[in-house]
Design a binder for this molecule. Structure first.
Ligand SMILES: [Zn+2]
Length: 161
């Protein structure tokens, strides 16, 4: 008999969470994700604009000239460490402005453009910086909205003339 009443006492309690609460939670979660993504995109746009002001033109134009010249479209390239790595994503010193033709050639490693771009940045920033970037890229970095907003402001102020 005792065992039976024990079982009765252990009857699981119903956890009451209304659908309204669940929906509110999901909405809040996806809203903060949207806000983060927006802040991230803003920071990236401000960085791209700043690199355009700084570099002004395709930085490997002399190499492009050998193979048919530059294209009109300019693109910012993550020169040393790929954009997959978030810790080095916003480092202006590893960015370089390329024409879209050079950018494609660099991406697919054709005509040695990967090496050309790498050397260009190493000459500009020095070997120590290159090592620093490669080390930093191994770290996991999660940018906060506040950090992203601060960077956006910084980028907007840089290279202004
Ligand atoms: Zn070019």
């Amino acid at each position: 008999m005792q065992g039976k009443s024990f079982l009765f006492q252990r009857k699981p309690r119903l956890i009451k969470i209304s659908m309204k609460k669940i929906k509110k939670y999901i909405r809040k979660k996806s809203l903060s994700k949207t806000l983060w993504k927006k802040a991230f995109n803003n920071a990236e746009s401000a960085l791209i604009a700043m690199i355009n002001r700084r570099d002004k033109d395709c930085q490997v134009a002399s190499d492009c000239a050998v193979s048919g010249g530059c294209s009109d479209v300019l693109q910012m390239d993550h020169g040393l460490v790929s954009r997959k790595h978030k810790s080095t994503f916003f480092e202006p010193r590893q960015m370089i402005l390329l024409c879209s033709k050079a950018h494609t050639k660099k991406t697919f490693k054709t005509h040695g453009f990967d090496v050309i771009v790498f050397e260009k940045i190493r000459n500009r920033e020095g070997s120590f910086f290159v090592d620093q970037m490669l080390n930093l890229s191994q770290r996991i970095k999660k940018w906060s909205i506040q950090e992203l907003e601060e960077m956006t402001k910084q980028f907007e102020e840089l290279e202004k003339k």
